[in-house]
Design a binder for this molecule. Structure first.
Ligand SMILES: N[C@@H](CCC(=O)N[C@@H](CS)C(=O)NCC(=O)O)C(=O)O
Length: 202
């Protein structure tokens, strides 16, 4: 299978962490969403897009991680029982929501200052990031894993969001107010899947 999408995309990194954790062999095509390869494989022209060996394409990142998790039984990243499965997907939505707000702010910051959106726009997105971090900090508590007593998609989504915050908004200091998340990211960064997928400095 072939994964289309640039290493700098946080949604691509989430999928790559899952592929590494599941030890699935894949080819990585480091291409942008606007590339011809993506346009051909995904009518929405978005990354990540996974092209399977039979030519079928799978998107978006949430569907791809569920597909990859189902391909190989162990280690199971999306729990089997209904309640735990929904909770893992809720963690994923939290992580992805923080990523989405962070992408918007970091794109806007690249505009010339005079053309940037107003303070209300920034405040609205910052509130999502702050709210998402507060919820993750509280739900993680003193535990070693976001969910239950094993590494799951919840940990992938949480660590991916924190890593992207550091990369895209390096001036944003989140650690002091979120010691549980700080500890979590340090522990996640000892895993091969997180180390191997860390994007080169922007
Ligand atoms: N919900 C999607 C979001 C993917 C996404 O927004 N990817 C961005 C790159 S980080 C993209 O392809 N942008 C190009 C576009 O929207 O046209 C997912 O989880 O895969």
């Amino acid at each position: 299978m072939k994964l289309l999408g640039g290493s700098g995309s946080p949604y691509v990194r989430k999928v790559r962490i899952v592929l590494e954790e599941k030890h699935v062999a894949y080819e990585h095509m480091d291409v942008r969403a606007a590339s011809a390869e993506v346009a051909q494989a995904n009518p929405l022209a978005k990354i990540p897009t996974l092209v399977c060996d039979d030519g079928t394409s799978i998107y978006d990142s949430c569907v791809i991680v569920e597909y990859v998790d189902g391909l190989i039984a162990l280690p199971r990243l999306i729990p089997e029982t209904f309640a735990a499965r929904i909770d893992a997907k809720r963690w994923e939505a939290l992580g992805d929501g923080i990523v989405e707000a962070t992408v918007s702010i970091s794109h806007e910051n690249r505009m010339p200052e005079a053309q940037r959106k107003d303070a209300d726009w920034y405040a609205k997105l910052q509130k999502k990031i702050d709210g998402g971090l507060a919820a993750m900090e509280k739900d993680l508590g003193a535990k070693n894993f976001c969910q239950g007593d094993a590494f799951t998609l919840a940990d992938v989504a949480c660590g991916n969001a924190l890593g992207y915050l550091d990369r895209a908004l390096p001036e944003f200091e989140w650690r002091k107010a979120h010691p549980n998340l700080d500890r979590m990211l340090q522990r996640l960064m000892t895993r091969d899947s997180f180390k191997k997928t860390l994007p080169p400095k922007a």
